[in-house]
Design a protein. Structure first.
Length: 274
């Protein structure tokens, strides 16, 4: 008589599921992504995987929270997939998850450029006739696989994991709105936006960060320019966003002169020890 298959060990009650936050924040350069995401230092030890170079770190050091929470911030420069694999292994098999509450890749867009530089340098060593400035399809495919596999592997680590990205345009803008096919989403290059869509699917929150300027009335008459940062959390027109973590508690956007990733975390999940 055949024995019944045993219950797989991986089946667990949903209310026992371990909950970690996976955000992807995108926006144009200068929108404030780096200091925005690094604000998780206000609620936990944060590691920045810096692919942007020194300027993004300077912007973090100039943030209003930095002086008080600087001891909660560490960084490491990443310029190749080897660097990211070292980080992955540190969190999966080392002490990373015990040391840090948050890890951010800032930004995936610029890391792609650095990764391609590394791919082409290695290729040139093997095949000296290859121009390091002229990648072909196999090199683009390799870069896409690097990012895709690393993101999937980082989903398994016991830490809150997020990324930043620039903006990519899919389709063509046209003055005639009905003829326009343009849409905007996180800049992760591959298959005309397919890789960006796929990678975005691994993140529970995808927000567009931008600066909004508007004319407002002032007391006594006249108007002034009001500048605020806005984090779009729901899709609007041509701009992609999603929030499947807060149950609509965050609304369609957050805005203000100062907004922090830590505010989002506090809304999604009350502060508690990991």
């Amino acid at each position: 008589m055949a024995t019944k298959p045993k219950r797989p060990d991986g089946i667990h009650p949903l209310n026992k599921a371990k909950f970690r936050i996976r955000p992807l924040i995108y926006g144009h350069p200068g929108s404030g992504k780096s200091p925005f995401v690094a604000s998780t230092a206000m609620i936990g030890k944060t590691l920045i995987l810096n692919a942007d170079g020194p300027d993004s770190l300077v912007s973090v050091m100039q943030a209003d929270y930095y002086k008080e929470f600087q001891d909660n911030l560490e960084f490491v420069d990443v310029t190749s997939i080897k660097d990211l694999h070292e980080i992955r292994d540190f969190f999966r098999r080392g002490n990373g998850a015990a040391e840090f509450d948050w890890v951010w890749l800032d930004s995936v867009t610029l890391f792609e450029e650095r990764d391609m530089d590394d791919i082409m340098r290695r290729l040139h060593v093997e095949k000296s006739h290859r121009d390091v400035h002229l990648p072909d399809k196999p090199q683009y495919m390799l870069r896409q696989n690097h990012i895709g596999m690393w993101v999937r592997e980082m989903q398994k680590v016991k830490v809150n994991f997020g990324m930043t990205a620039h903006v990519m345009q899919i389709g063509v803008e046209d003055e005639d709105e009905e003829a326009s096919t343009a849409s905007y989403r996180p800049s992760i290059q591959g298959k005309n936006g397919e890789l960006s869509s796929k990678i975005s699917g691994y993140f529970g929150l995808v927000g567009r960060l931008y600066v909004r300027r508007s004319r407002v009335k002032v007391k006594g008459g006249g108007k002034k320019i009001k500048t605020e940062r806005v984090l779009q959390l729901q899709p609007s027109g041509k701009w992609y966003a999603k929030d499947r973590l807060s149950g609509d508690k965050l609304g369609s956007e957050l805005s203000g002169r100062r907004i922090y990733m830590s505010d989002i975390v506090d809304t999604i999940r009350p502060r508690r020890k990991k």
